[in-house]
Design a protein around this ligand. Structure first.
Ligand SMILES: NC(=O)c1ccc[n+]([C@@H]2O[C@H](COP(=O)([O-])OP(=O)(O)OC[C@H]3O[C@@H](n4cnc5c(N)ncnc54)[C@H](O)[C@@H]3O)[C@@H](O)[C@H]2O)c1
Length: 347
C-alpha cells in the first residue's frame, strides 16, 4: 500500500508519515520547506524531513511545491497511491493578510491540484484534506459566553459539547487564511459529492505535538512552551488571555486519518480538535507550563485581539465518535504539554 502525504515535514504530515510507516505502508512525502519562507528560520522544517529520512523504513521525500500543477499531476500519475493526505498549507491566520496571493495559491489552488490529480489518476484513493475551524469565521463569537476567573465559556446549552459541523461557515469574518481554507474545504466536499470520491475535510482546532516548528504566528502550545523554556516574552492579544482553544495531539489526528482511510466516506466534514476535555485558555496554559517546567511565564498583554480571533472554541467530537466508534482522544492535555516540553529539550 502506498500513501502520498503533502506537507510531510510539518507537524501533521510528519506524524502521518511515521504512523503509516509503522503499519508497513510505502510513504511518499511532498514538502519544499515553504514554512521557512512563510515564517523565517524558526519555521524551518528541514530537521523534521531529515528525521523522517533517517528513521522511517519506507519513506521517500519529494521536493515539490503543491502549487506546481504539472508536478503534482505527474507525481500522482506515477505513484497512483492507495490514499492521499493533504497537509501542506500556509497555516497562519495572521500571516495571510500580508501574502494573499501566496496564501490562496497554496491553500485553495494547491488543494485543487491535489484533488484533480487524484480524480484523474487515483480515483479510488481516500483523500483526507486538513481544513480548519477558521472556516467558521468569527461566527462562534456570537454564542453567549460567561467569564470565569481564567477562561471564557459557552453560556448556551446548545454548545455544551462544542461547535458541531452544522455550524454556519457563511457571513462572518474569516481572515484571508480562513477564506482560502473555505475554498479548499468546499472544493474537497464537492469532489466527494459531485465526483463520488472518498474525500473528507478535517476542520482542525489546535493541532499540536512535539514535531511542530512553533512560531509566534502559528503553533499555539508549541510556541508558548518554547517561550516558557527559553524565558522569552509571550505576547497575549486581547480577550484578557482567557480565550479558549481545544488541543489535539498529532498522533490522535493520525489515528483518525487511519480510521477514515480504513472505512472512507464521501465528501465528509469533521471537526477535529481536542474537545472540551482538552481545552484550555492562554492563562490556564501559562499555569500548566509553570507547573511542568517550574518557570513562570513571561508575558506582555496587548489590549487588542487578533482580527477575527475566536474567543472560545472547542470542537464537538460526537460526529467523529459516531462515525468511527473505535476512535477517541487518547492523549490528555497534561501529556501533550509533557511531550512538547520533552521535544523542545531534545531538539
Ligand atoms: N496546527 C494547527 O493548529 C492547525 C489547526 C487547524 C488546521 N491546521 C491545518 O492542518 C494542516 C497541517 O498543519 P501543520 O500544523 O502540520 O502545518 P505545518 O506548517 O507544520 O506543516 C505544513 C507543511 O507544508 C509545507 N508546505 C507549505 N506550503 C507548501 C507548498 N506550497 N508546497 C509543498 N509544501 C508546502 C511546509 O513546509 C510545512 O512543512 C494545514 O492545512 C493547516 O492549515 C493546522
Amino acid at each position: 500500500m502506498t500513501i502520498l502525504i503533502t506537507g510531510s515535514s510539518g507537524l501533521i504530515g510528519s506524524e502521518v508519515c511515521a504512523y503509516f510507516d509503522s503499519l508497513g505502508w510505502d510513504i511518499h512525502g511532498v514538502d519544499n520547506n515553504q514554512r521557512a519562507v512563510f515564517f523565517g528560520p524558526e519555521g524551518d522544517t528541514r530537521w523534521n524531513q531529515r528525521r523522517l529520512q533517517e528513521t522511517l523504513r519506507r519513506f521517500t521525500h519529494h521536493e515539490l511545491d503543491i502549487r506546481d500543477r504539472d508536478g503534482v499531476l505527474r507525481l500522482i500519475e506515477t505513484l497512483r497511491p492507495s490514499a492521499i493526505v493533504h497537509a501542506a498549507a500556509q497555516p497562519s491566520h495572521d500571516r495571510a493578510a500580508a501574502i494573499p496571493f501566496d496564501d490562496f495559491d497554496t491553500n485553495a489552488v494547491g488543494t485543487l491540484n491535489v484533488l484533480e490529480a487524484a480524480r484523474r489518476f487515483a480515483r479510488e484513493a481516500p483523500v483526507v484534506v486538513m481544513s480548519t475551524n477558521k472556516v467558521y469565521g468569527d461566527a462562534p463569537n456570537r454564542i453567549r459566553l460567561r467569564e470565569s476567573e481564567t477562561r471564557w465559556e459557552y453560556d448556551d446549552p446548545a454548545y455544551a459539547n462544542g461547535i458541531p459541523e452544522t455550524f454556519t461557515i457563511d457571513q462572518s469574518k474569516h481572515s484571508i487564511f480562513g477564506a482560502s481554507k473555505v475554498a479548499a474545504d468546499v472544493m474537497t466536499q464537492e469532489y466527494g459529492r459531485y465526483f463520488g470520491m472518498n474525500t473528507c475535510c478535517l476542520r482542525g482546532g489546535c493541532l499540536t505535538g512535539p514535531a511542530h516548528s512553533g512560531v509566534e504566528l502559528h503553533g499555539f502550545l508549541s510556541y508558548l512552551l518554547k517561550c516558557n523554556l527559553e524565558g522569552r516574552v509571550y505576547r497575549v492579544y486581547g480577550y484578557k488571555g482567557k480565550q479558549v482553544r481545544d488541543n489535539i495531539h498529532s498522533r490522535d489526528v493520525a489515528r483518525f486519518i487511519h480510521a477514515f482511510i480504513d472505512a472512507p466516506r464521501c465528501g465528509e466534514v469533521y471537526n477535529l480538535g481536542g474537545g472540551k476535555s482538552n481545552s484550555c485558555s492562554i492563562l490556564e496554559a501559562f499555569e500548566a507550563a509553570r507547573r511542568l517546567t517550574g518557570k513562570p511565564m513571561k508575558y506582555e498583554y496587548i489590549d487588542q485581539n487578533r482580527i477575527g480571533d475566536h474567543i472560545c472554541y472547542y470542537s464537538d467530537l460526537r460526529k467523529m465518535r459516531e462515525h468511527y466508534p473505535g476512535w477517541d482522544i487518547t492523549i490528555s492535555l497534561d501529556r501533550i504539554f509533557e511531550e512538547i516540553v520533552d521535544g523542545w529539550k531534545a531538539r
